[in-house]
Write a protein that binds this ligand. Structure first.
Ligand SMILES: Cc1ncc(COP(=O)(O)O)c(C=O)c1O
Length: 358
């Protein structure tokens, strides 16, 4: 029996625009000016032409745009920037690597429970008052791992709290362009650009291998990130950044996103339908992104499932990793759906339901 991987949130292999990327990389290397700029050391801010393009698209200065080696690198740099013991609020659950990285740097990671429409506001406010955070890290659209999207009212409320208590919001928005139904809400950055640093990534939009993440926000914060980047890796992997620049300049990004939405939307529907069909109805159904999350029945723990998953032909992610207090993740299961065909989804959910019943 071949194993079905319900583990990592990776793009589907068939989503990568390989020929277009080959043409873009080749065009960069055939253009003497671009090629030289891509092959030289640069600054910690990233590849100049891509920064200029994004600054024009977002209506911000070029010193408000930073390009990194993927977007996770920004969380690592944030840990370098912040003094040990600094409080940072996160949603609970949140992206597991963010917890790991911030803790590695001695950041005091404060979890606030997440609901189907964003953080619990009362507990968020209470945590702000007690811990006086420098920053709150929020994934407002199609959250990893839960799939939840923050309501407009909650977006406004957390921004108001940020203004009142003078902290910054780090909005992590890699899934934002991947909406499969409904209408987009304004991003936290769009609502309050002076309070928000917005990070995003071309990993889910183009390919992880080009390692291109973007950070947009206030000049003073970005200067600190640029210095930390420069001190850490001198300058980024510019061939990937230049290839992304050429890809966007040619107008290839929007058609690529349309292809992704067409590829992934039926997979989300298939996952939700398979869960219902198999009696696993306690899940949060997102409108986009890569994941949905299931609450396991009371009698079942994620540890039980993990112990038996392999023999049932499944690979699963340990839900406890998404919580600052792992015990809270005992019944939490994240299910990615993008890199599986509908047949694999049906079969995977059937195996999962069998495992839970057993
Ligand atoms: C919420 C979130 N942030 C950041 C990342 C990191 O992406 P990358 O470093 O490839 O840009 C991921 C990847 O899965 C993610 O889900």
């Amino acid at each position: 029996m071949n194993t079905i991987a319900l583990t990592r949130g990776v793009p589907a292999d068939e989503s990568y625009p390989l020929e277009q990327l080959a043409a873009c990389a080749s065009a960069v290397m055939s253009d003497p000016k671009l090629a030289l700029e891509a092959m030289r050391y640069g600054t910690g801010y990233g590849f100049g032409p891509l920064r200029e393009l994004l600054s024009a698209q977002n209506g911000v200065g070029t010193d408000q745009v930073l390009i990194g080696n993927g977007s996770l690198s920004f969380v690592d740099l944030l840990g370098v920037i912040l003094p040990v013991g600094t409080a940072v609020i996160v949603e609970s659950p949140t992206y597991d690597r963010t917890i790991t990285l911030l803790r590695r740097h001695g950041v005091n990671v404060i979890p606030v429970p997440l609901e189907s429409d964003g953080v619990n506001l009362e507990l968020f406010e209470a945590a702000v008052k007690v811990h006086k955070p420098i920053l709150a890290y929020l994934i407002a659209d199609f959250q990893n791992p839960s799939g939840s999207t923050m309501s407009l009212a909650k977006r406004r409320a957390v921004l108001e709290l940020a203004a009142t208590h003078d902290f910054t919001i780090l909005e992590d928005a890699p899934y934002r362009p991947l909406r499969y139904r409904g209408f987009p809400l304004p991003s936290l950055f769009e609502l309050a650009p002076e309070r928000v640093l917005q990070m995003s990534s071309y990993t889910k939009q183009i390919s992880p291998g080009i390692r291109v993440g973007t950070l947009i926000g206030g000049k003073a914060w970005l200067a600190r990130f640029a210095k930390a980047a420069n001190d850490t890796y001198i300058s980024g992997a510019f061939l990937g950044q230049a290839t992304a620049f050429e890809f966007i300049r040619r107008g290839l990004l929007e058609p690529q996103l349309e292809r992704l939405r067409a590829l992934y939307a039926p997979r989300l529907l298939a996952m939700a339908a398979a869960l219902r069909r198999n009696g696993l109805s306690d899940f949060l159904e997102p409108d986009g992104g890569f994941f949905l999350s299931v609450k396991l029945p009371e009698s079942v723990s994620i540890a039980d499932l993990l112990a038996r998953a392999e023999s049932a032909g499944l690979a699963l992610t340990d839900g406890r990793g998404f919580f600052v207090d792992p015990l809270e993740g005992n019944r939490f299961l994240r299910l990615p759906f993008c890199a599986l065909t509908e047949l694999e989804i049906d079969e995977g959910v059937m195996r999962l339901a069998g495992l839970i019943q057993a």
